[in-house]
Ligand binder design. Sequence first.
Ligand SMILES: Nc1ncnc2c1ncn2[C@@H]1O[C@H](COP(=O)(O)OP(=O)(O)OP(=O)(O)O)[C@@H](O)[C@H]1O
Length: 480
Amino acid sequence: MERYKIIKEVGDGTFGSVWRAINKESGEVVAIKKMKKKYYSWEECINLREVKSLRRMNHPNIVKLKEVIRENDTLFFVFEYMECNLYQLMKSRGKPFSETEVRNWCFQIFQALSHMHQRGYFHRDLKPENLLVTKELIKIADFGLAREISSEPPYTEYVSTRWYRAPEVLLQASVYNSAVDMWAMGAIIAELFSLRPLFPGSNEADEIYKICSVLGTPNQRTWAEGLQLAASIRFQFPQSGSIDLSEVIPSASEDAISLISWLCSWDPQRRPTAVEVLQHSFFQPCFYIPPSLRFRSSGYAATPPSVGAKGAVDQKNARSTVGLLSNGRPAVNYSYWSSNTPARAAGVQRKLDLDHQGSMNPYQVPEVNHKLTKEEAMNQPWSRPPAAAVRNNGNYFTKDQSPRAPDIAEKLSQLAVGSNRSSGLSSDKFVDLKARTHGNTMKRTLPPVGARAWHAPADPFRRSYDMPGDRAFLPRKLVS
Ligand SMILES: Nc1ncnc2c1ncn2[C@@H]1O[C@H](COP(=O)(O)OP(=O)(O)OP(=O)(O)O)[C@@H](O)[C@H]1O
């Protein structure tokens, strides 16, 4: 680690704190994620999901893992540096983003998802905080929960941030797939338009309530399997009619509304795949080359953010980058440092070199001058309470202060939500996730037979949708 000069903390997640740093030799600015858990063997490290999945993915819209370093039982991931995350951008934004901006970001994200899903992975924790932005470029980060589609179900550990969590996960399906990422994207796109979370549930039951109050209660036609899932955990859906999404997201165009509705389909099987999304009319101004039509060479997929008026130019650019498109297999060259290098002597046990990803990427972020004046630094989106602190009515709580989450199934079966939904806030609003580690997953258990069923709200036919408040006042730590 002595090769890096640490500058400042830029993020504090569940599993690690993230620091901006400079490679002393090359001058390159990087983000170093220092994992909170100790790792006592190298094998433990290379088996981590974040390492396993990222080393198999090479895409201009997936954040690059450059190195993995274990030093004195502490694990460090060295990533390419990105300026801020999408949540920070939304938070500092006074007016809604234009449709062109939203389209541009989403086009890039769906290309990354298409790449990831086709390689047999799904992310499982897509949220604005995990979408990193540098100028017009956006990349998916945080593969801590990524899972191989082919891995053996049941998938039992806690998954994803509540507001973006798909209904099948909320209902504890033991088998689910990449459609959970599509659901999350629907919620994120809506939020980009309105700058408010679409389904800001204060606990899991309230999350389902929020979804029902927008989409309407699922039925045999819209999601027969969901009804069975709910019955299997003795959960009763709140009764509600649907509302027109354009009432909730008035600034979105018809195309955008149609895409969001498709993505946020109750039934995962009805949600589009990433490839289908890229062909949706919302992305008509963009230029997309389906993988089946791509020219194969030694390079990798180029994904120009080609939208709006730029579309025509970018179409041309995209054509000219065809020679760089994917051959489907990253040229992985994982070299381990030999044990007699000076770094070893300095305490570095091993370094996993992942720098294979950079050179062929036509959208490599140019080196950004990250030296900020004090005033600029104060205005940076990250000059705010750390991500680990969550806000509730103006108070910040750290995760250490947060109440422990009761068992999910028990909560779902016991929580009553409805007109007094705020009463449900206390139990799991701030969940200590320290127990969730990569190696040590927390198992869910089904509710005991005879567990109390969910009770419908006082007015079960309530059709209204409470417009979520200013997102700045909603608590952001939502994993429960
Ligand atoms: N490559 C990067 N460049 C700049 N900032 C980054 C980078 N990676 C992460 N961050 C910042 O650090 C924050 C936390 O990172 P990350 O999500 O990887 O940690 P985590 O412990 O897995 O978090 P979570 O609680 O979401 O699981 C991100 O939201 C982002 O703001």
